[in-house]
Design a protein around this ligand. Sequence first.
Ligand code: NAD
Ligand code: MG
Length: 390
Amino acid sequence: MRRISIFGATGSIGQNTIDLIARAPEDYDVVALTGAGNIEQLAKDAKRLRAEVAVTAHDHLLDDLRDALAGSGVVAQAGTDAITEAAARPADWIMSAIVGAAGLAPGVAALKQGTTLALANKESLVCAGSLMLETAKAHGARLLPVDSEHSAVFQALVGEEMTAVERVIITASGGAFRDWPIEDLANATLDQASSHPNWDMGQRITIDSASMFNKAMELIETREFFGVQPRQIEVLVHPESMIHAMVGFNDGALMAHVGPPDMRHAIGYALHWPARQALPVARLDLAAIGQLSFRAPCETRWPALRLAREVMETGGLAGAVFNAAKETALDEFIAGHIGFNEMAMIVEEVLAIITSTPGHIDATMTLDNVAKVDHLARQEAQRVIHNRAG
Ligand code: NAD
Ligand code: MG
């Protein structure tokens, strides 16, 4: 029996993970499941999977969670500290699938117990890549990628030497507005940005796919995960989302990972690694698909890609600023306070302000300093938004 925990269990990645676990309940002892507002789902899964503990991020929902779990034997807890504490409960495999910077502290706590951390929460690598990697090293923990592109790169690298790697190509579907005239983007609505052509994901990452902030974060994630230089990483628009990534070697070979757009593949690979096990995903019929297409990404359409390259160039805590400013801008877009294009403009402004003020970006990468600069970037983002409106 493997002891496993799922952080962000009620979300899209969390539910796909539970789908796989629930197919073989005899193989797993479920330790902790965490969620936020969806108490009904959290309690239902915690009871079904006989979890030791279920934790909601929201303190005020503790009584609701207790009521929903009454008589089940599952312990109910609430609050962000309780989530981080749950990450320290001994487990053999932990899924990190909280959305946003909120996934960082539990991720670090999980690594400190020397476990295997399946990482969907790309924000923790964007905000604090070296902290995550150093914590993993210091405690003998293992990080496995869950983002489809990074799982694909990881699989293409099996048996290869990193010294033979020339480049890493991550693909992007192009999101909801791939084929829109650029001048229409300013008026894109929340509904339009919240539908993805190929993947069924949480709302935030779906909007980040339309703006390419998702791919921008994945550029940084690629650099951190695989230790490649920014100039070695390319983004390729591939509307069909069948090839998830390619690794280019020094003999000219490109190893491509091809598969259906179903996150259960990457989750299942991380769950069973280093073995492969049968997974309930569709098998591709390439003859029926007929052709796959590719194009270069346009940085005028997607300024987020340029910003990610600037962040990698700046280094230090620039990733934490980038992520926090993006999260704030995304909240404001979802709330209907700013337009679609304004998200990138705000992130760019916040980055410029904070990187030009000494003492922030170059601070040591500790959880405290990441939290401080995250807070500052959110404040600056609000100020920039306020000034734009005024
Ligand atoms: P989602 O919005 O569907 O789910 C997010 C989960 O995080 C939920 O369980 C929610 O309750 C929890 N959560 C939200 N705010 C929280 C907070 N402040 N504290 C604690 N928990 C909180 O998101 P998702 O699409 O499942 O994405 C999860 C992560 O995986 C993200 O980092 C995303 O970028 C990454 N990812 C997702 C996909 C996908 O297909 N959905 C693919 C690749 C990577
Ligand atoms: Mg991805």
